[in-house]
Ligand binder design. Structure first.
Ligand SMILES: Cc1cc2nc3c(=O)[nH]c(=O)nc-3n(C[C@H](O)[C@H](O)[C@H](O)COP(=O)(O)OP(=O)(O)OC[C@H]3O[C@@H](n4cnc5c(N)ncnc54)[C@H](O)[C@@H]3O)c2cc1C
Length: 239
C-alpha cells in the first residue's frame, strides 16, 4: 500500500521578512515525514475561483525534528501562489499539501566538505540541510555557505547564520550582496564570481546549489568545469 502523501495543515504564522519575501510557518501533521532538502506541493486556489486548484512546489526550510514546517517564499508578479499568499493566506487557515518529494538530499560521505550555494529563497532547503547536519547529525566536517542576494534589503535570517558560526567552529557563512552599497561592509559580487576563491579553501567539496534556474545552471557548470565530479554536484532549481 502506498503511504498517504496528502495532508491538511494549518498556517501558524505569515511574516514579510524582506521585500516580496514571506516566511510562513505551518503545523507539522503527525504522520508527515521528510528529509532535509525535500519539498511539498501546496494546493493553491485561484483567488477569484476557489474551486480552481493547482499545485505549487515549496522547499521545507525547517529540519525534520523542528516542531513546525517553515517556508520562505518570494512573490512573483501576478503569480497564482504569489497572489494567494499575499492576499488570502493567513494564520489559522487550513491548507492541503502533498509530500514529501525530491532527491535534493544530503549525501553524507564523511570525507567530503559541504559547500552550500544559495540565492534568495533558494536558501530554504539549504537551511534545513545545514541545521540538520550541525544539530541533528552532530556533523563536524567543514561546511561553507555562500548566500547571495541582489541588495542588502533582500537579506534575511542573518542572526541565525552568525549564531551558527559562533556555536559551530566548522560552519562558515559567506553572505554576499551583488551590488556594493554604502552601508554594506560584507562581501560583494555574484556567487559565480565568489566560487573559485572559496573552492581554494575546500579540498574535496560536496556541493549543494539552490535558487533561480539560470544561476543554478551556471554554478553547476562552473563546478564541473573546475573539476568537481558530477556525483558531488547536487542541485534544486526553482523552475
Ligand atoms: C522543487 C521546487 C521547490 C521550490 N521551492 C521554492 C521555495 O522554497 N521558495 C520559493 O520562493 N519558490 C520556490 N519554488 C518556486 C515556486 O514553486 C513557484 O514557481 C513560485 O512561487 C511562483 O509561483 P506562482 O504560482 O506565484 O507563479 P505562477 O503562477 O506559476 O507564475 C510564474 C510566473 O509566470 C508568469 N505567468 C503566469 N501566468 C502567465 C501567463 N499566462 N503568461 C505569461 N506569464 C505568466 C507570472 O507572472 C510569474 O512571473 C520552488 C520550485 C520548485 C520546482
Amino acid at each position: 500500500m502506498k503511504p498517504n502523501r496528502s495532508f491538511t495543515t494549518t498556517c501558524l504564522q505569515k511574516q514579510c521578512i524582506a521585500p516580496s519575501v514571506y516566511e510562513l510557518r505551518f503545523g507539522k501533521p503527525d504522520t508527515f515525514a521528510f528529509m532535509a532538502g525535500q519539498f511539498v506541493l501546496f494546493d493553491v486556489p485561484l483567488l477569484d475561483n476557489e474551486a480552481d486548484i493547482q499545485p505549487r512546489a515549496y522547499s521545507i526550510a525547517s529540519t525534520p525534528t523542528e516542531q513546525d514546517l517553515l517556508f520562505v517564499i518570494k512573490l512573483v508578479p501576478n503569480g497564482r501562489a504569489s497572489r494567494w499568499i499575499e492576499q488570502a493566506l493567513d494564520a489559522g487557515m487550513s491548507v492541503r499539501m502533498q509530500g514529501s518529494f525530491g532527491n535534493f538530499k544530503l549525501d553524507s560521505a564523511p570525507e567530503k566538505q559541504y559547500l552550500f550555494l544559495a540565492t534568495g529563497t533558494g536558501i530554504a532547503p539549504i537551511r534545513s540541510q545545514i541545521l540538520s547536519a550541525l544539530k541533528e547529525q552532530k556533523d563536524t566536517r567543514q561546511m561553507h555557505l555562500l548566500f547571495g542576494v541582489l541588495k542588502r534589503e533582500d537579506l534575511f535570517w542573518m542572526e541565525e547564520w552568525r549564531g551558527l558560526e559562533e556555536q559551530y567552529p566548522n560552519f562558515h557563512a559567506h553572505i554576499s550582496c551583488l551590488s556594493g552599497e554604502a552601508d554594506w561592509h560584507g562581501e560583494t559580487g555574484s556567487l559565480q564570481e565568489r566560487l573559485p576563491q572559496i573552492l581554494q579553501e575546500i579540498m574535496t567539496p560536496s556541493v549543494y546549489i539552490c535558487g533561480a534556474p539560470i544561476t543554478v545552471k551556471e554554478l553547476k557548470e562552473q563546478c564541473l568545469a573546475l573539476g568537481i565530479p558530477k556525483s558531488d554536484v547536487h542541485f534544486e532549481s526553482y523552475v
